[in-house]
Every structure is written in structure tokens, then in C-alpha cells.
Design a protein around this ligand. Structure first.
Ligand code: GAL
Length: 663
């Protein structure tokens, strides 16, 4: 990969020195200069991969301690971490003592601390530091610097990366440092409005088990009214020509190629559609919504219904979005004082009873199905869910039957309190609860997608498919920060060999739109470019795409992110491939995946802090000769290119293209 920084070289008066803190605390400027502790600034703006930033404490709230030495002042954070300060060209220097906090134990964690200037010039960089290493002092001159960035890079794994900027301070000649606030980006909508003519966007391949109820909605954009035709539908299935819903069931195993047709006053679209009746369902990643990242413990049936209605009224259903998944808190809570979470946990025969917020599960899934959508639910193999509600321990078969009778099509199964049953320190132990629920679901005459949630334990990607998972979480929970989203997304490299039709890696749900994990919501803290990166990367990764926001409050920008059919096609490609990183140079990365038609989807990513050009070399993509390149977000051909393609990519942004051999 060839890189060209757009910004000029750093002024030569900037220098970096690694000297003892004592030397730095000289008196030369003492009369005018003032020292400001980093921990006294608005540290809520620190972006970090885990936990919350702490003033004068470690990320876990202990006294700051590095290599046995304790500190009363400083910032406790966690890789990957970024804190950007506005020092306005009035700072003299920055100093700190850095290292991994002793709370993680000797040898644990591995981070590199970095201090960056205006153009992301690296002023200073530590060596790789681990738990127990001696503290390292940093002292950087900041003459003329406006923007100071403190970074902690956690590399591929951020496990135990509890990073301390102890005694971190800026000496100012005038004014005070503040937290950088000019990073606001304009939310530019790149996705063109859908054409009024019909375009079929639904998945091209669909797995169903013999005998199981069939529900497939032909997703089509274009003006209404629209009529639908399906030529070659096998016996047992029927199409509603007005809604485009195909229902029924198939008796026998087999493959059927159907021609779908959608027609309105302006034209007609056709699309081949392959139905594979056999053991495997979920042949492409699930597209849908989940309640956790917005409502969390505040979910109710009414909210779920309003989201299902919004999936239709927003038009997202016409782009292929299907699942409406209820996460935790539909069950009775073990000890909540909230009456809407109280009640009998199970009936006399052991059947689970939803909490009073969900008085009619069958009515709820009917509401969802009648709109051409599907419904999902959540449980844990332990006695309690992560939120402390009733879970499936020793009731797996009964629960699976209830899910089937109620009409659910998706189950997220979250390890959580199963830790009380098995420590999860052996592979058979980790697998057992998922095998038990797999067997229980197999007895239900309904196709229920099975989503493992155990945060990647035991390298689940290596065995998730073998024990019947349609997807498996590869990480802990995501949040709406750059460090969380990018940290998770870019760590997926290497998992690509385990993804394929019917079984996908799941780097957790989407954090665009209004999120909040509770009753009060806020707009995602990701910048617009970070959101483009999020959706592009998750599409390249062939991850299940589960929208995490309140769908009733969709703004135009969020809608545009979720309704770009050429981008979604990258995710829904029938080959089911997951992208891998093909080139990396510092913060610049190129990821690519093979598409069914022989083309490649390619993401040019800039994880750095200013606009930079990124090049994808054909040789790194296994390509040669002239290639046609199309910008997928803008849905625009960019021309034919020989040897490579270069694009200018914004801070934390992406250019997503598709590449075909030129004719
Ligand atoms: C977590 C899980 C989240 C959410 C939550 C519910 O363990 O990772 O996605 O399901 O539990 O309590």
C-alpha cells in the first residue's frame, strides 16, 4: 500500500525528549507559565475501548499504580484510547509518567502510548508496555502546537490494557487547555434516493427446513402500488401478489430457482431467487433490529411494536431489513422493585411466563409477521440472564417450545450466569449449553436462527458452526465510541476463514442513530465518517446487521446509512465471504472480500486523525490488469484503473468500492 500524507512535514522546532520528570519541572517560566492536570479537564470526552475514564484513579477505580509506584494524580483509561486537547498554540510542554496499571497483574496487557501534534505527527511513542513494567516518563515540547492527542494503542487484543497517564500535565504560557471541540463533522448523505422504478433488494438465497413455516418478503424499492410475481415457486409455497410475501412450507429437501418480478407504473424488475430446502438456514447474515442498544431494561411490547411499524413506514423493509429482536427484560426479574418486571416466573408445568410488559407474545409476533417481518427473542443458558431475569437453565426444551409456539424466528443465547454452572474453562464446558439448546431448537417445527452470545470465549469462531450456531459474538459489548467500534471491527481480521453461508462471525450490533441502553437516548457519539466506517466494515465482515437505535426516531442521515442497497449487497452476498485485511500501513488499512459475481468489495480505511490518501494495490488484492471501480456509497462509477486505486479518505473514514475486471 502506498501512502501519501496530505499534511506537511512537522516543523523542526518540535522536539521530543525522554527525560526525567524532575528535570522538566524547572522554574525558568515559573512566573508566567501555569500547569494544568489532564485529569481536571473534561475527561468524559476520552474515547476508550472498555470502561469509563477515571480522574486520579485507574480504570477500575484503584489508586494509580505502575510498576509498584503509586500516583495521586493522572488519568486512568483503557486501550484503545484517544483524548484530544485544544492547547491553542499556547502550550509549552506536556509531561506524564505512563504504564499499565498494576491492577491487571504482571505481564498482562500490552499497549503503546503515543503523543501526537496538530497533523498527527507522532511526537513521542513508548515501547510496548506490559503489566508490572516500570513507569516511563514522557516530556514533550509543544511550541506552536494547537491540537494535542494522547493515544493508547492496544494492538490486536485490548485484554487487560488498563493504561495510566499518571501525573499528566500541560504547561501553558497563556490560557487554559480545553478538550478539543472542533471535530464536529457535517453529516453528508452519500446514498442516492432510491429510484421510483422497482429494484429488488431482498436476499438472493434462502434456506428453509422441510416442514417449517416459510416466510420471505420480496424487498423492493420503488413507487407503490407494486405487484409481485414469482415464477417457478415450488409446490407448498404461495405468493401474495400485493404484498410480495411468500408463505407456506416445503415438504421435501431440494433446491428451487425462482424468478421474482416486481412491477409498478414506471417499470419492472426481475431477480433470480434460490430456495434451498435442507438442514441449513440463515444462509446470509441476518438484517434486523435488536432492542438492547437503545431500550435495554426499558423494553416493552409497545415499543417493539412501534419499532416494527417504523421498519415498514421508514421504507427499510424494502431494503431487506427483516428481524425485530427483543433482547433481555421480556422475562420476570429475580428481585426488581419495578412491578412491570414482577410476577410468576414459570407456570406449574415449568413454562416460562413473560413479564407484564409482554402480556401476549403470540399477538406480538403476529403483529410483526403480518408486516412481512420476523421476530427474535433472547435468553441465557444459566438460571438468570445478564440483566437478572429468568433464563433457561434446566428448562431448555420447554423454552424452545414456547419460542416456537409464540412464533419466534431468532434466538440470542447469552452465556452470562451459566458461569455459576460451569466455569467455562474447558471447550466441552463452553460448548455444552449451546449444544443443549441446539438440540431443543431442532425439536421445534420452526426455523429459529441461533445466535450465540458468549463474547468470543474459547475462540468460538473455530467451533460455532460445528455445533449449530448461525452466528456467534466474537467480542464483548460494543458502545457508541470510536475506540469501541473501531477496536472491535478492525480486530476481526483472521476470523474470515470461519464465516460462510449459514454461520457468521458477529462483532455485535450497530451503534448508529439514537442509542442509550435505557430510558434516555442520545444520538450516537460516532462522527458521520465513523458511522460510514462502521456500516462499511460490518458489511465487509458479513456480520449480522442488527440496528441498535430507536427506529421511531430515525433521522435522514441514519436512514441513508441503512438504506444503501449497493452497500448492503456487500453484506448479503450469497457467497457468504467475510473480508480480510489485505494491506496495512500504520493507521491506514485496506480490507477486501470476494463477491459471488467474481468482483471484490474493497474498503479503504483511514483510522488516523486527518485526511490521508489510501491506495489499494491490485497485486495485494490478487488482481492484475485494468479494473473497473465503483464507489458504493455514492453509487457512482469512478472509471478504470491499472495497477492500483487511490482515494483521499477522511479522518476515521472509509471509501468503499467494488472492483470488476474491465471489459
Ligand atoms: C450482554 C450482551 C448484550 C445484551 C445484555 C443483556 O451480555 O452481550 O448484548 O444482550 O447482555 O443483558
Amino acid at each position: 500500500m502506498i501512502l501519501k500524507r496530505i499534511f506537511p512535514a512537522a516543523p523542526c522546532q518540535w522536539f521530543v525528549s525522554l527525560v526525567a520528570l524532575a528535570l522538566f519541572a524547572g522554574t525558568t517560566h515559573a512566573q508566567t507559565a501555569r500547569t494544568y492536570s489532564i485529569s481536571a479537564l473534561d475527561i468524559s470526552q476520552v474515547e476508550q475501548g472498555w470502561g469509563e475514564p477515571q480522574a486520579n484513579k485507574s480504570v477500575e477505580g484503584h489508586t494509580l499504580s505502575i510498576g509498584g509506584q503509586t500516583f495521586t494524580n493522572g488519568l486512568g483509561t483503557h486501550a484503545s484510547s484517544e483524548f484530544i486537547l485544544d492547547v491553542g498554540g499556547r502550550a509549552e510542554s506536556f509531561s506524564a509518567v505512563v504504564g499499565i496499571d498494576d491492577e491487571v497483574g504482571k505481564g498482562k496487557g500490552s499497549v503503546v502510548f503515543k503523543v501526537l501534534g496538530d497533523t498527527n505527527q507522532v511526537f513521542w511513542e513508548s515501547k510496548e508496555l506490559h503489566g508490572g513494567d516500570a513507569p516511563v516518563a514522557v516530556n514533550v515540547s509543544l511550541a506552536d502546537v494547537k491540537q494535542l492527542t494522547l493515544l493508547v494503542d492496544g494492538g490486536e487484543s485490548i485484554d487487560s490494557d488498563h493504561a495510566d497517564w499518571a501525573d499528566a500535565k500541560v504547561v501553558m504560557t497563556r490560557g487554559r487547555p480545553s478538550v478539543f471541540s472542533s471535530l464536529k463533522e457535517e453529516a453528508i448523505i452519500l446514498t442516492p434516493k432510491p429510484s421510483p422504478k422497482p429494484r429488488i433488494n431482498s436476499t438472493k438465497v434462502f434456506g428453509v427446513r422441510p416442514g417449517a413455516p416459510f416466510l420471505y418478503t420480496i424487498a423492493v424499492t420503488g413507487d407503490r402500488p407494486m405487484t409481485f410475481v414469482a415464477k417457478g415457486l415450488p409446490k407448498g409455497l404461495k405468493l401474495d401478489p400485493k404484498t410480495g410475501c411468500i408463505t407456506g412450507s416445503l415438504k421435501e429437501k431440494g433446491e428451487h430457482v425462482v424468478t421474482l418480478r416486481a412491477k409498478n407504473a414506471l417499470g419492472e424488475a426481475t431477480q433470480k431467487f434460490k430456495i434451498i430446502c435442507g438442514a441449513q438456514i440463515g444462509l446470509v447474515p441476518a438484517l434486523g433490529w435488536n432492542s438492547w442498544n437503545c431500550f435495554a431494561s426499558a423494553v416493552t411490547a409497545e415499543k417493539v411494536k412501534s419499532v416494527a411499524a417504523a421498519m415498514v413506514s421508514s421504507g427499510l423493509i424494502n431494503h431487506g431489513w427483516t428481524y425485530i429482536n427483543i433482547d433481555d427484560f421480556w422475562e420476570v426479574h429475580r428481585d426488581s422493585k419495578d412491578p412491570t418486571l414482577q410476577g410468576p416466573q414459570r407456570d406449574a408445568d415449568g413454562h416460562i411466563i413473560p413479564n407484564p410488559r409482554f402480556p401476549d407474545m403470540k399477538g406480538l409476533t403476529d403483529y410483526i409477521h403480518v408486516r412481512g417481518l420476523k421476530a427474535g427473542l433472547y435468553s441465557s443458558p444459566g438460571p438468570w440472564t445478564c440483566g437478572g431475569c429468568v433464563a433457561s437453565w434446566q428448562h431448555e426444551e420447554l423454552d424452545a417450545q414456547s419460542y416456537g409456539q409464540w412464533g419466534f424466528d431468532y434466538l440470542k443465547y447469552d452465556w452470562c450466569s451459566y458461569g455459576q454452572i460451569d466455569k467455562g474453562d474447558t471447550l466441552p464446558g463452553l460448548q455444552k449449553p449451546y449444544r443443549v439448546m441446539r438440540a431443543a431448537l431442532d425439536k421445534v417445527n420452526r426455523d429459529i436462527l441461533f445466535s450465540f452470545c458468549q463474547y468470543g470465549g474459547g475462540n468460538v469462531w473455530e467451533w460455532g458452526a460445528e455445533i449449530g450456531g448461525n452466528s456467534w459474538r466474537t467480542t464483548g459489548d460494543i458502545n457508541d465510541s470510536w475506540s469501541s467500534m473501531a477496536g472491535i471491527g478492525f480486530r476481526q481480521n483472521g476470523h474470515e476463514k470461519y464465516a460462510g453461508p449459514g454461520h457468521f462471525n458477529d462483532p455485535d450490533m450497530l451503534v448508529v442513530g439514537k442509542v442509550g441502553w435505557g430510558p434516555s437516548l442520545h444520538p450516537t457519539r460516532l462522527t458521520p465518517n465513523e458511522q460510514y466506517t462502521h456500516i462499511s466494515l460490518w458489511c465487509l465482515l458479513a456480520s449480522p446487521l442488527l440496528i441498535g437505535c430507536d427506529m421511531t426516531q430515525l433521522d435522514d442521515f441514519t436512514l441513508s446509512l441503512l438504506s444503501n442497497d449497493e452497500v448492503l449487497e456487500v453484506n448479503q452476498d450469497p457467497l457468504g465471504r467475510q473480508a480480510a485485511r489485505v494491506a496495512q500501513n500504520g493507521q491506514l488499512e485496506v480490507w477486501a472480500k470476494d463477491m459471488e459475481d467474481g468482483s471484490k468489495a474493497v474498503g479503504l480505511f483511514n483510522r488516523g486523525y486527518s485526511e490521508t490518501s489510501v491506495t489499494a494495490n491490485w497485486s495485494e488484492l490478487g488482481l492484475a490488469g485494468k479494473q473497473k471501480v465503483r464507489d458504493l456509497w455514492r453509487q457512482k462509477d469512478l472509471g478504470e484503473f491499472t495497477g492500483s486505486f487511490t482515494a483521499s479518505v477522511p479522518r476515521h473514514g472509509v471509501v468503499l468500492v467494488r472492483v470488476w475486471p474491465a471489459k
